[in-house]
Design a protein around this ligand. Structure first.
Ligand code: G
Ligand code: MN
Length: 260
């Protein structure tokens, strides 16, 4: 059952377009250069304040609004990324999240084709973040969709790898380009031996399979030091950058080292 309060919030947000995307820079662990940015959905309140949009996404997940929400998100993110990639910072990739239900039920490939025409995005500069919950549908269909996405040029990343419904079997059969170490492991890196071993193993596993790794939720220098030593490629977290509105992100790209 849909929560009526949440549903109203989704309807209102879509109608009034008080949704915003913010961008969180992802940095090269060694050079600190900006290599990508993850598009994250937020809601602008009447006061002007920008808040997390969890209630919107959770409710939309249960209704057909998910497809409207996701079209808006993809369209906006691709158009924004085309802006920085066509001039300021051609090498800075866009990371964008695909909802599990959209992956399972939506016609991802057809929608992608029309978005590409509208937004002029170069899909070779897009990292699609997928959670493994998405793969609950028939493995054969999943492989077909993932392979077609890869043929379009998109890179496929597993979000929150090692938490929830993850299975090493996905790495055996699906064409994945990178893994994101979830913040639950990063959080305790300073003093928890298990978190250290798990994180180090994810980096090893990814590299041995020819994939790259992003660590999420990096807030402290000690976490960064550990991840550097483990060989982690890219870093996302408050230590380097918070999520920010597009204009701030563009200004940051203009003033700092970014992948060219
Ligand atoms: O799993 P996913 O990639 O979708 O998660 C990104 C979320 O994590 C965003 O909502 C973002 O605001 C949040 N986030 C990013 N960096 C940090 C951090 O350093 N600390 C905390 N607590 N949250 C973060
Ligand atoms: Mn993500």
């Amino acid at each position: 059952m849909t929560d009526p309060v949440g549903q109203a919030a989704v309807d209102r947000a879509l109608d009034e377009k008080n949704l915003v995307l913010v961008y969180q820079p992802i940095h090269d662990a060694r050079t600190k250069e900006i290599v990508a940015a993850e598009a994250l959905l937020r809601q602008r309140r009447e006061t002007g304040e920008i808040r997390e949009a969890a209630i919107i996404t959770e409710t939309a997940e249960q209704t057909s609004d998910l497809f409207a929400l996701s079209s808006w998100t993809m369209h906006t993110a691709y158009s924004d990324a085309a802006r920085w990639q066509s001039g300021l910072a051609p090498g800075v990739r866009l990371n964008v999240n695909l909802s599990p239900r959209e992956f399972q039920e939506g016609d991802v490939l057809t929608r992608l084709d029309s978005l590409v025409l509208q937004c002029r995005i170069d899909l070779h500069k897009v990292n699609l973040e997928i959670t493994e919950t998405s793969f609950i549908r028939k493995p054969k269909d999943t492989k077909h969709v993932l392979s077609a996405l890869k043929e379009s040029g998109i890179s496929l990343w597993l979000d929150d790898f090692g938490s929830g419904h993850s299975s090493l079997e996905h790495l055996q059969f699906f064409p994945v380009d990178g893994l994101k170490i979830p913040s639950v492991f990063v959080k305790h890196l300073a003093d928890d031996h298990r978190s250290q071993t798990i994180s180090r193993s994810i980096v090893r596993l990814a590299h041995d399979l020819g994939m790259k790794v992003i660590a999420e939720g990096v807030e402290h220098r000690t976490q960064l030091d550990f991840l550097l030593e483990a060989g982690c490629d890219w870093i996302q977290g408050f230590l380097f950058s918070r999520p920010m509105p597009l204009d701030e992100f563009l200004a940051m790209l203009g003033g700092t080292k970014a992948a060219r």
